[in-house]
Ligand binder design. Structure first.
Ligand code: NAD
Ligand code: UD1
Length: 399
């Protein structure tokens, strides 16, 4: 370990992907530190509680905290760690451009806390070319630093299961960076895939953009079918049943969250906006709440109806509401319906109502997130249910 007290410091390590990774390192027997500027999250984690839902995480946290895992809002932890894994948010700005200046600011602020011999591993999804830019920025410090990019690919909420099964992509700007990052991730990943930094950046971002475009394709078909008075899931069944060539067609539904939309816009902005498929996917996926509202307005006297939204999270069985289209739907409907009631099985929000009340009092129900808790709802036979995922098996309700 040499001059370093910790094997690794996860910077942004109280976040949705940083914290599970820190726990995976601690579980593998490494000495782990976490530096995060969110004091509320730091206090929660130090008390052994997870700030968000992550399956299987809390027992590992309780066992590791204060023993193999030190957590604080303290950049001094960075100085004492051999590897730094940086997993702060990489949002796009109001123009849907990646915020490289935020990354630059972050590293300039971190500069006094860096030490000779460290391996700095970027893990947030970044626009192509970012790792080399960070390498050039850190070269100016005159320190002997090794810069790597090792993208996170797990699905939030299932990280601790997926770390054990997914290969880790490892790339670095120097041979030494690749060797140090490989040594670290070999402790938690079943296998490593070595690429150049640019290849790794494209691998991660193409994966998310591909997923986003696939959902948009299904959503576009769903809207075209609904406009023709046809339920998409009758067509979906006919397309996919016993026909292996269509096995890749996903179902429709709200596709959003903190990654897919943002990463599609990052790739577009960093490719001179030459990503027609990505922009088209964004218009389709982000337009789905308005499409639903318009169809409902055509068919029902919405202004005299109470509408219930079941599930406000951005995806099933999650408590994460970031960039959730259920909120966009609520906003659109609040301008059209007499009242909008919301409920969520995973999110605590004083404006939400209990499930039974929303099901019992609404004149029309819309599945916003297909949480398994809603599978057994029994609304009155007269209550229409809109279900873009065909989660309840009765079609979209839009045809
Ligand atoms: N959420 C996912 O499922 C997921 C999956 C793969 C990759 N990613 C990538 O990881 C990034 C982080 O995602 P997330 O969901 O964990 O975000 P998050 O907001 O939950 O976590 C980011 C954490 O970084 C901390 N932070 C911000 N600035 C900091 C600073 N200067 N110093 C120390 N800590 C700082 C924040 O307080 C927060 O706790 C995303 O931008 C995305 O590119 C996310
Ligand atoms: C499974 C997967 O590859 N997820 C990637 C995604 O996770 P992320 O956490 O974004 O989750 P998902 O990709 O599963 O879901 C994203 C969105 O797509 C919607 N949805 C999902 C499944 C479906 O069949 N239909 C549908 O519409 C969800 O409701 C959600 O709004 O971005 C992360 C951040 O970079 C990556 O690390 C994950 O690897």
């Amino acid at each position: 370990m040499g001059p370093f007290r910790y094997d690794v410091c996860v910077v942004g390590g109280c976040g949705h992907v940083g914290l599970p990774l820190a726990l995976a390192f601690a579980r593998a027997g490494l000495a782990v530190s976490v530096h995060d500027i969110d004091d509320r999250a730091v206090a929660l984690v130090r008390s052994g509680r997870m700030p968000f839902l992550e399956r299987g995480a809390e027992p590992i946290l309780r066992e590791a905290i204060g023993r193999d895992l030190e957590v604080a809002n303290d950049p001094g932890l960075v100085t004492r760690s051999r590897h730094l894994v940086v997993i702060i948010g990489t949002p796009v700005d109001e123009h849907l451009n990646p915020k490289f200046h935020a990354m630059r600011r972050f590293f300039l602020d971190l500069r006094p806390h860096l030490a000779d011999g460290q391996c700095v591993i970027l893990r947030s999804t970044v626009a192509p070319g970012t790792t080399e830019k960070v390498h050039a920025l850190l070269a100016k410090t005159g320190l002997d630093l090794h810069v790597a990019f090792c993208p996170e690919r797990v699905a939030e909420g299932y990280a601790l299961e997926e770390f054990a099964t997914l290969p880790q992509i490892v790339s670095g700007c120097t041979e030494r960076a690749v060797a140090m990052a490989s040594e670290l991730f070999a402790k938690v990943a079943p296998s490593l895939i070595r690429t150049s930094p640019l290849e790794a950046e494209l691998t991660k971002i193409f994966t998310n953009v591909w997923r986003y475009i696939q959902f948009a394709t299904a959503n576009q078909f769903l809207m075209i079918a609904a406009d023709r008075g046809v339920d998409f899931y009758r067509v979906f069944d006919a397309m996919t049943r016993d026909y292996p060539r269509m096995a890749g067609l996903p179902k429709g539904g709200f596709a959003a969250g903190p990654c897919l939309f943002k990463d599609t816009m990052q790739l577009a902005a960093s490719s001179d906006n030459n990503l027609l498929l990505g922009h088209a996917a964004m218009l389709i996926n982000e337009g789905l709440p308005s499409f639903v509202a318009r169809r409902l307005k055509d068919r029902y006297p919405l202004d005299r109806m109470r509408v219930g939204i079941l599930g406000m999270a951005f995806k099933a069985e999650s408590d994460d509401h970031r960039e959730s289209l259920s909120y966009k739907l609520r906003k659109v409907l609040e301008a059209e319906a007499a009242e909008v009631l919301c409920t969520d099985a995973y999110i605590d929000d004083p404006t939400f109502r209990p499930l039974a009340e929303v099901v019992g009092r609404s004149d029309l129900l819309i599945v916003g997130a297909p949480h398994r808790e809603y599978r057994s709802i029994e609304p009155p036979a007269s209550t229409p249910v809109i279900d873009l995922w065909n989660f309840l098996g009765r079609g979209t309700g839009l045809a």
